[in-house]
Structures are given as structure tokens and as C-alpha cells.
Design a protein around this ligand. Sequence first.
Ligand code: PHE
Length: 313
Amino acid sequence: MKDKIKKISSLEDLQVLYAETFGKNGTMTQKLKNMANLSNEERAVINTENAELRQLFKEKQSELEMAVLNAKLADEKIDVTLDCEPKNRGTVHPLTQSLKEIASVLESFGYTLWTGPEIEDDWHNFTALNTPEYHPARDMQDTFFLENGNVMRTQTSAIQIRAMEKQGAPIKMFAVGSTYRKELDATHSAMFHQIEGLYIDKGITIADLLGTLRTILSRFFEKEIELRVRPSYFPFTEPSVEIDMKWGDKWLEMLGAGMVHPNVLRNCNIDPEKYQGFAFGFGWDRLAMVKYGLNDLRAFYDGDIRWLKNSGF
Ligand code: PHE
């Protein structure tokens, strides 16, 4: 009997043998029932056998239960060295990434983010920006006009106007967004993006503008940036400048900027005798292209995952 128990290898078989032994008509049950007719010595033998068998069954049961558990664990184990199906995970677009980085720099200088509509009215896109209808500067930007006289926003400068109208002065804001012009080649797309900054307060000078831009660009590109300033013209700034940045041994045109024209301040009910300030506009796409070494602007909008991956994104 003891050997029989020892040889059993499944819980089911053990249960059967247990019933055969200790069940209603089980062998041990029978022996115990007949004990009344036996001598003390014989009883003692049966009692010992009974206790031993019960103990053996108990041990065997836990041994078999453990084996089942171990088998289960072995079966469900995850083999981390196995190849698995390649997963295509989404990545951050270079424009989004560069925006996060430039926005965190601007925010650290106290600029707050404003937005505005992409379909803009004439007032915000041109007139309030000191560009009345007859003004030749409207030709500088090949505008998409809509039938109702609105335009596809040609510049995020429109958002400066909205911000100044709403908040007045002092104000320190930036804006980002899509802008639209009829131009298309390897470095221009009909839709592109700008980042605009505006700071109006008492006694702001062009030295503040240049210092701010150099610091912002150095922080964004994570190295000391050298700037070159050229005189330029924008209807809404006076004086106006274009700013180039030294990159390797080349000068790259990075942004337009200037001191906000008194007419623009007046158009937003700000007294130019009291408040002055500067504005600047970056090509957002250009910032991303330079920072990440990408050279085809159009690829930004193709949504080709292979290009994004090859670009390190
Ligand atoms: N809005 C100008 C452009 O699109 C850039 C600019 C912004 C210039 C702010 C001066 C001040 O070219």
C-alpha cells in the first residue's frame, strides 16, 4: 500500500486510491470497523498503519499539488529573449518637438502663448499692422484672398494685434501657427509656420530686442549663437531688421523683427508715448530644419513615417 501511494503521479489517481482506502467501503475503513474483535496488539498495529497512511496521503497530495503549480509556472513563463512582432510606435513630429523646446525657452522669459484664427480678417492681418489697402507692402506676401474679403493668415503678426487689443500694455506674448502664401519650392511651402514674439512695456529698446533674441536662440540651439543684423522693412515695425544666425561657416536668415510702429500701438489703443516695444517673427519650420539638420521642408507635411524615422524621430 505504501509503495502504491509513493508511485502515484497524479492528483486524480491519488483521490481514487484515497477513496479506496478511507471511503465508506475502503480497506482501512473496513479494518477499523472490525477492530472490536481484535486484541489490543492487533488494534495498535492497525492504528499505527492508519496514521501512517493518512500522513503519506497528505505528503503525496502536497507533493503533487506543488508539481502542478511548478508545471503551470514553467508553462506560463515569458521568454524575453524571443523575437516578437515589430511594433510601429508613434513618434513626435520635428515641428512639435521644436515648438516644445522654443516654447519652454520663451515661457521661461515670461512670454505667454496666444492663438488666433487661420482665416483672418483684413484688419488683423494687414490694416491694424499699418498696412492699409493701397500699401505696396501687401504685395510682399502673396496672399490667398477669400471671396468675402478675408485672407488665409499670411503672418502670425495678426495674433499680436488680437493680443494687444485684448490685453493692452504691458504685454509679453508669443504665438505660433500656420501661415499661408502662394509660394512653393524646396525651402518654401504654401503653408508654413511662424512663431511670433511681442514685448511691450515702458522704455523697451532695440538693445532689449537683440539681447533677447541672442539669448533665446542660444538656449534653443544649446550653444552660443552669433547674430548678424541687417536693416529691413516691415510696415508694422520701425526700425525693422532682418536677423541672420551663424551656423557652421554660413549665415542663415532666421527672422524678421523690429520696434513696433507707433501706428500699430495706436490701432490697439496703446499710447506710443507711454509704451514701446519690439516684435519678432521666426520661421518655425526653419528653426526645426536647422536644429535637426533636415533639408527638405516639404517632407514635413508628407506624413511619411520612413522619413521621420530616418530623421531620427
Ligand atoms: N510678419 C513678418 C513676416 O512674416 C515677420 C515679422 C514679425 C517682422 C514681427 C517683424 C516683426 O515676414
